[in-house]
Write a protein that binds this ligand. Structure first.
Ligand code: SF4
Length: 397
């Protein structure tokens, strides 16, 4: 069945739901109808820690609890510190609000000309088309509106949003997000993408979605046809831990790729989930094996009640330092901080530039060795300090 053993360790099958007919299991609507949304359901499957119990009783005031059966199978039920569990089962830490935390951490509310449409940069807009997701991530940047637990009462204003884009010729790039756009019906997605594609100045359409990860069954052949019809549609998925790379996700990304959808991944750096270099390396390698380019590694936004999941920025820099030059360049995501209050994404890199003098840049490579490069073309005669002229340099791919 598999061309080789490369994927043999990847999770597959129905796990705890082995008794369910395969037809139901593969039906995304069945998965949604059978989500775990109550603490009593959770307790049927695992022993909650006191910290988790406290979080669960608070959850519905902050961000709803919901986990698809498919994703629940990836939890190690005997490990309270399971990296999958930490992402979707609430913890008491969510109740503790630190002084630096914000309800709208990246300042979206002040730049919405129409409800759900964020227009911060001249040539691109963020179009929030729903407030619902298949499962809810406990560190969600849009906790304030997603799942409506905080009575935000979000209403996607499709027509107003589309009219705004139509009347703003400077908008060449539209990002559909939410909530999760792939929870919309095929009919609605077809309509929305068709309307966007009909706007002559819209060049680039992309979707941010965690559906392939929470609900790969949603990536049906019919959905693939919609993407083909309106393509190219780019997509950023959201995988945080190598264990989320399953056979079902692999098949979903293959379907997307074969429908002409270029795929990138956006991870969030999370304590106890992916804040070790070896875990991050395993994740990015698996992503490449699924045709997904690791795109961003986000420093967790300053969301209210997120301190227990946030990581020291220096740790993030160190992880990137331990990846760059030590594995495939394609595999390395750009580490970014979405500047609090609306400053946009700022790349955070290990310090490879030692200094820039009047005539040269002095750099350190991945191994810490020093190299120089002249600033002005035709005015330099600098050779790397420890390599004789003519010796071929290793190219870091
Ligand atoms: S899938 Fe995205 S929008 Fe939904 S809860 Fe997770 S991070 Fe938030």
């Amino acid at each position: 069945m598999y061309p080789n053993d490369r994927y043999k360790d990847w999770f597959r099958g129905q796990g705890l739901w082995a008794h369910v007919p395969e037809e139901d299991w593969k039906n995304w609507k069945w998965q949604l109808r059978n989500r775990i949304t109550k603490v009593e359901q959770l307790e049927e499957y695992l022993d909650l820690t006191p910290e988790e119990k406290a979080g669960c009783y608070f959850a519905n005031q902050k961000l709803a609890l919901a986990i698809t059966p498919y994703f629940f199978n990836l939890i190690d039920r005997n490990d309270p510190n399971c990296p999958i569990r930490r992402q979707v089962i609430p913890r008491g830490g969510e109740m503790k609000v630190s002084s630096e935390e914000l309800l709208d951490p990246v300042g979206e509310e002040g730049t919405m000309p129409v409800e759900g449409l964020v227009h911060r940069y001249p040539d691109r807009v963020l179009f929030l088309v729903t407030d619902r997701c298949a499962s809810y991530c406990r560190y969600c940047t849009r906790s304030r509106l997603v799942s409506n637990a905080q009575d935000y009462n979000f209403h996607a204003e499709f027509e107003q949003g589309l009219k705004y884009i139509e009347s703003h010729p400077e908008v060449r790039d539209v990002l559909l997000s939410g909530g999760d756009p792939l929870l919309l019906s095929d009919h609605k997605l077809d309509y929305l993408l068709g309307r966007l594609r009909a706007i002559p100045h819209v060049e680039f359409i992309r979707i941010g979605s965690r559906i392939p990860v929470f609900l790969p069954q949603r990536i049906t052949p019919e959905l693939g046809e919609i993407f083909k019809k309106h393509g190219p549609i780019w997509m950023s998925i959201h995988v945080n831990h190598p264990r989320e790379c399953t056979e079902e996700l692999r098949q979903a990304t293959e379907r997307l790729a074969f429908s002409g959808v270029p795929l990138g991944n956006q991870s969030v750096l999370l304590k106890g989930v992916n804040d070790e270099t070896e875990v991050m390396k395993a994740l990015i390698h698996r992503l490449l094996m699924m045709r997904v380019r690791p795109y961003y590694l986000y420093q967790c936004d300053l969301i209210t009640g997120s301190a227990h999941l946030r990581v020291d920025v220096r740790k993030g820099i160190e992880i990137i330092r331990q990846l760059r030059g030590h594995t495939t360049g394609y595999a390395i995501p750009q580490y970014v901080i979405d500047a609090p209050g609306g400053g946009g994404k700022v790349p955070i890199n290990p310090d490879y530039v030692k200094e820039i003098t009047e005539s040269e840049i002095v750099m350190r490579n991945f191994a810490g060795e020093e190299y120089r490069y002249p600033l002005i073309p035709g005015k330099g005669s600098i050779q790397p300090a420890d390599k004789p002229v003519g010796e071929p340099h290793e190219i870091m791919a």
